[in-house]
Write a protein that binds this ligand. Sequence first.
Ligand code: SAM
Length: 195
Amino acid sequence: MNWQTATLPAALYDYAVQNRALSRLGARALWNYDIGHLRDSIAAQDPTALTLDIPCGGGLAIGDNPRHIAADLSRTMLKRARRKTTTLLQADIYALPFGPSTFDACLTYNGLHCLEDPALAIAELTRVLRPGGTLRGTTLVRGTSRDPLYSLMQRLGVFGPSGTTTDLETWLISAGLTDIDLTPSGAVTGFTARK
Ligand SMILES: C[S@@+](CC[C@H](N)C(=O)[O-])C[C@H]1O[C@@H](n2cnc3c(N)ncnc32)[C@H](O)[C@@H]1O
């Protein structure tokens, strides 16, 4: 899906994911996912860390941290995220406009499965992460009971190829990350890793 032009689907997605009841039901029904894992991961952020959150979407992971930079490719999403912060940036996850080792933390929630090359995106996030910094995120994965729905979404052009949880681990290791922790729940895997 072209998130730049598909403004209505983008806004509908964001409304649903930010509504607690709707997202809990939707995540369970569609992806057999306990979205409590996502909320726990967001809550576990260090509120003082210099943080890059990409794709931020409509601002799901934005809290009170004044050093939280929220970035996305889509102007529609950035407009929605503006309700939560003014520290916003239009950026492409494959080509981040930051020098190496800039951030204490990078967040990438529900974005890797939308990309054609998730491994390349992880490598770019790792580049801007400082040594000892943390990468945290979630992504839909293959190899679960929801594969038929995933394949349909891919055929419709909404999702990229993604991979299994094992592929995700390989991408994280290949980027040079360590202390990898994976939390599979239904068709979504959460992860943290350290540079
Ligand atoms: C499913 S949404 C997830 C957003 C948010 N993290 C959340 O969990 O609600 C996927 C987001 O990826 C963004 N996106 C897609 N390709 C991108 C790219 N190359 N660089 C940055 N953002 C991208 C879209 O604009 C969209 O906001």
